[in-house]
Design a protein around this ligand. Structure first.
Ligand code: ATP
Ligand code: MG
Length: 146
């Protein structure tokens, strides 16, 4: 049977560090009705946090900007989460996704954000245009509940 979309949410919020916790709360509230296990919930919270932090510190360089968080849930228990910004964009996405690659080495960044997002997802896609912004899409299928 073809999978059906069973729920969706889209939120737009300011690029401010206090909104990292807001983004974690939104994704938690979205996932809880799907009865995720503790590990799935922790993984998704962490992945969303990494993506939102990247929007704040890289895309908007701690300045003003808007971050969009979208989530969709499907009947096969898969979840698609999209985090997007209209910031500076990434010139070389393949390089940016490599473990330990960072453009802010002196600011307590270790270049592991994309690797963490990748390890916590079944699939991670990153689409970016310099000067226009970045869209990160994570998909993960939650374990079946019996
Ligand atoms: N939304 C974004 N807009 C612009 N550049 C980005 C964005 N997300 C990531 N990048 C670029 O990709 C690089 C790698 O990102 P990644 O999250 O893997 O590491 P980091 O943010 O540098 O360090 P860490 O996440 O470990 O603190 C960043 O250093 C930055 O240059
Ligand atoms: Mg990062």
């Amino acid at each position: 049977m073809k999978k059906q979309q069973i729920n969706h949410v889209t939120c737009r919020f300011a690029s401010k560090s206090q909104n990292e916790a807001l983004a974690r709360s939104i994704i938690t509230g979205f996932l809880l009705p799907l009865d995720p296990d503790a590990e799935e919930l922790a993984d998704m919270r962490c992945a969303v946090s990494e993506a939102v932090t990247n929007c704040i510190v890289h895309a908007y360089r701690n300045g003003d900007g808007i971050i969009t968080l979208g989530a969709k849930a499907y009947s096969d228990r898969s979840v698609k989460i999209v985090i997007s910004d209209n910031g500076c964009g990434i010139a070389d996405v393949e390089q940016a996704r490599k473990p330990l690659f960072t453009t802010l080495p002196g600011e307590d960044r270790c270049g592991m954000g994309f690797s963490i997002m990748e390890s916590f997802s079944d699939k991670l896609t990153v689409i970016s245009h310099v000067g226009r912004g970045t869209k990160v899409t994570l998909t993960r299928r939650l374990n079946d509940r019996t």
